[in-house]
Design a protein around this ligand. Structure first.
Ligand SMILES: Nc1nc2c(c(=O)[nH]1)N[C@H]1C(S)=C(S)[C@@H](COP(=O)(O)OP(=O)(O)OC[C@H]3O[C@@H](n4cnc5c(=O)[nH]c(N)nc54)[C@H](O)[C@@H]3O)O[C@H]1N2
Ligand SMILES: Nc1nc2c(c(=O)[nH]1)N[C@H]1C(S)=C(S)[C@@H](COP(=O)(O)OP(=O)(O)OC[C@H]3O[C@@H](n4cnc5c(=O)[nH]c(N)nc54)[C@H](O)[C@@H]3O)O[C@H]1N2
Ligand SMILES: [Mo]
Length: 559
């Protein structure tokens, strides 16, 4: 989210979920909304079918929302900066800029204008594969709208140039003046129920709660005083960097809470090797995961229904979560475990209950200063909520950006870290499906979900399948420079020729054995959305079909 922070001074949804439904134009990119944010997708569909809103989808795959779209821009994976710059170029050339907004609210447009020459519709078509005429139509729709909103997710951020992609979207919104009003803005649809809250609370290596940077001595002094001990002024490491540091022997101990990196981090063969080397590994989880199996100590935690607390959702809304049942067996709430650990380390954790934690948050975090348990009794509050009678802030950047003037940041197209080659001719892109959740620790324990999506299926275009003589639902080997897996084919023109989509939910076919750990230099997000692979038909022999003797008994697949 560093791109948004650079442009406006904040890295969250600029507007609320309810406003999406009232937008005239909705631009969705890198978000398979119907599968991954179905409630928001329902709002988008209602906007289109009931209010006549126009939908622009930019996604390499024919996702569910394409059926509702006026324009579908099908870019080659990893070419987002090019089509977004292309939209701004058309808006500029056709006199559709919002000049008043640019003059009053922003700075540095001239620098952006200088790079746009390289993004004529024809050049954009040659980079992205998007027909020039479609680009022009999308630009006119977006800039001509009363209120146009941009929604994006991991298809934009999980690239080595993910920060540039987000900056490009921010440039687009500012050039057309589509930000700072109701039903406009640049809106990252955040993933987990509380990932926004985790970031807000300083679950990042460079900030204290409320994005107060650790390198600022006055921030450090404030937290040292509150917590009664000296604190480091060094920026720490991000997830992938930590694994690399473990591998180099620079990090000797690791405490992992609520993550299953053996399945979810890129280049998992390397992750596994690094964790096996780790001197001391503690995993705190609600299940014995693939990562927990490598641990020296496993601390069993209670799940969401077994504890009190708050979640902060994608629209910055802080809501209460209330304990419904007791944790099973020896499991305890994450907070209880951490408070006890603190005591064993000789630290006096002052806030021992969820309510006391919330009060401490309010006392140290300006954007949460007005948030208390009594005030959260109803529908919750959206931050910034700076004092006890403040109503919360559904729309950011009205009248003024957090950083003052909105900053245009010129960005240029850059190819992904790994491109297809004769040896690895396919582009692999990875992500999610409706019926599974991440590494499957939770969803794969649900019978109904397993019934709907029991096996790892690779989406392959019919032309590619024909050429390789692959049938539907046939096992196929997929290999990259880093590893290989066996998945089952799902032949569909949802993916373009030359591209394969594989979800990362399946421990028996860990797609992250194939992905690589190339990072965006600023956000440090890995390039999960593009790498190069080859596919091989397994063939009857290797597929171990039933032998002649057994074949009378069963023709079923051995899996
Ligand atoms: N059912 C279900 N829902 C979930 C989750 C889950 O595991 N299962 N996970 C949650 C979490 S934590 C997250 S972060 C969100 C993620 O939600 P999304 O970001 O919607 O999920 P993904 O499937 O990773 O991929 C997003 C889209 O990016 C597209 N894409 C691929 N390459 C490119 C590209 O180069 N450019 C662009 N613009 N698009 C590209 C893909 O085709 C896909 O449609 O989902 C949340 N919701
Ligand atoms: N190839 C590929 N890889 C990806 C992605 C991709 O698109 N493609 N997306 C990335 C993204 S956006 C994300 S968010 C990550 C997700 O990666 P992870 O966070 O590693 O995946 P989860 O399976 O959600 O793991 C969460 C763990 O928390 C545990 N848990 C659940 N509730 C609680 C609790 O209350 N307390 C504790 N202590 N534990 C709990 C679960 O059992 C589970 O083991 O994956 C990333 N990896
Ligand atoms: Mo995520």
């Amino acid at each position: 989210m560093a791109g948004l922070a650079a442009a406006f001074g904040s890295g969250a949804m600029t507007n609320s979920i309810a406003e999406i439904e009232a937008a005239d134009i909705i631009l969705v990119t890198g978000s398979n909304t119907t599968e991954n944010h179905p409630v928001i997708a329902a709002a988008i569909k209602r906007a289109v079918t009931r209010r006549g809103a126009r939908l622009i989808v930019a996604d390499p795959r024919e996702i569910g929302l394409v059926r509702f779209a006026d324009v579908w821009l099908r870019q080659r994976p990893g070419t987002d900066v090019a089509w977004i710059n292309g939209l701004i170029k058309v808006i500029l050339d056709e006199g559709l800029l919002n000049q008043a907004f640019i003059d009053e609210r922003t700075e540095n447009f001239e620098a952006l204008a200088r790079v746009l020459d390289a993004y004529s519709p024809d050049r954009v078509e040659s980079i992205t594969g998007i027909p020039a005429a479609d680009l022009v139509r999308a630009a006119r729709l977006y800039a001509g709208a009363g209120a146009a909103t941009i929604l994006y997710a991991m298809g934009i951020t999980q690239h080595t140039n993910g920060t540039d992609n987000v900056k490009a979207l921010a440039n687009l919104a500012m050039a057309a003046g589509q930000i700072g009003r109701a039903s406009t803005g640049v809106n990252p649809l955040r993933g987990q129920n509380n990932v926004q809250g985790a970031c807000d609370m300083g679950g990042l290596p460079n900030v204290y709660p409320g994005y107060q940077v650790v390198t600022d001595p006055s921030n450090r002094a404030k937290f040292e005083k509150a917590w009664g001990r000296p604190l480091s002024d060094q920026v720490g490491l991000t997830v992938v960097e930590i694994i690399e540091a473990v591998d180099r022997g620079e990090v000797e101990g690791l405490f992992i809470l609520g993550e299953n990196p053996v399945i979810s981090d890129p280049d998992s063969n390397h992750v596994e090797k690094a964790l096996e080397k780790c001197g001391f590994l503690v995993v705190q989880d609600i299940f014995l995961t693939e990562t927990a199996r490598l641990a020296d100590v496993v601390l069993p935690a209670g799940c969401f229904a077994e504890k009190d607390g708050t979640f902060t959702n994608t629209e910055r809304r802080v809501s209460r979560v209330r304990q419904a049942v007791d944790p099973p067996g020896l499991a305890r709430s994450d907070l209880d475990i951490l408070v006890d650990l603190c005591a064993r380390f000789g630290l006096d954790a002052r806030a021992r209950t969820p309510k006391a934690v919330m009060d401490e948050i309010a006392s140290l975090t300006p954007s949460y200063a007005g948030i208390t348990y009594p005030r959260l009794a109803g529908d919750g509050l959206t931050w910034p909520c700076p004092h006890r009678t403040h109503p919360g802030t559904p729309i950011l950047h009205q009248g003024r950006f957090s950083r003052g003037l909105g900053l245009f940041s010129p960005v240029a197209h850059q190819e992904p870290a790994e491109s297809p080659s004769p040896q690895f001719p396919f582009t692999l892109t990875t992500g999610r499906i409706l019926y599974q959740y991440h590494t499957g620790t939770m969803s794969r324990r649900c019978e109904g979900l397993e019934f709907m999506a029991p096996a790892c299926q690779a989406e392959i275009h019919p032309d590619d399948a024909d050429r390789m003589n692959l049938a539907d639902d046939e096992p196929v080997t997929i290999a990259s420079r880093r590893g290989q897996i066996v998945a089952r084919t799902r032949i569909t023109d949802r993916v373009p020729p030359g591209t394969v989509f594989v979800p990362f939910h399946y421990a028996e076919a860990v797609v992250n054995r194939l992905t690589h750990a190339a990072l965006d230099p600023i956000s440090k997000i890995p390039e999960y959305k593009v790498c190069a692979v080859r596919m091989e038909k397994i063939g009857p022999a290797a597929e171990s079909r039933p032998s002649a003797l057994e074949s009378g008994a069963s023709a079923a697949s051995p899996e």
